[in-house]
Design a protein around this ligand. Structure first.
Ligand code: SF4
Ligand code: F3S
Ligand code: ZN
Length: 106
């Protein structure tokens, strides 16, 4: 499952669209090791298997597919492109079969 303390245990390394990208070691993401995208709505790309339930169920369409060619779990990932629109319903957290998503209502 995604580490809910990633803001402390990971390092911010990059930006993708308008959101942050985090990796464990502060190194740039690689094909095999993509890290976490987003902050308020965070998706661990190394855990996501492209199930798609989050895209289907999010009532405000926070997620979009993004390509991750060569990643061992899946070659597309649910990217939290519109995390600013999140209404903290927690549906995506509940439906993801691999617990790849963390939402911090803070
Ligand atoms: Fe969408 Fe709800 Fe998940 Fe926020 S918590 S990203 S509104 S499904
Ligand atoms: Fe990925 Fe889980 Fe969504 S596997 S596509 S983050 S439901
Ligand atoms: Zn992204």
């Amino acid at each position: 499952a995604i580490d809910p303390s990633f803001e402390n245990t990971y390092e911010e390394v990059d930006r993708h669209e308008d959101h942050r990208v985090w990796t464990t070691d502060g190194e740039e993401p690689t094909e095999d090791k993509q890290g976490i995208h987003g902050t308020h709505v965070a998706v661990d790309f190394d855990i996501c298997i492209a199930d798609g339930a989050c895209l289907e169920d999010c009532p405000v369409d926070v997620f979009e597919w993004t390509d991750t060619p060569g990643h061992p779990e899946s070659e597309i990932k649910a990217d939290p492109t519109y995390e600013d629109q999140c209404i903290d319903c927690m549906l995506c957290v509940d439906v993801c079969p691999v617990d790849a998503i963390d939402v911090d209502p803070g």
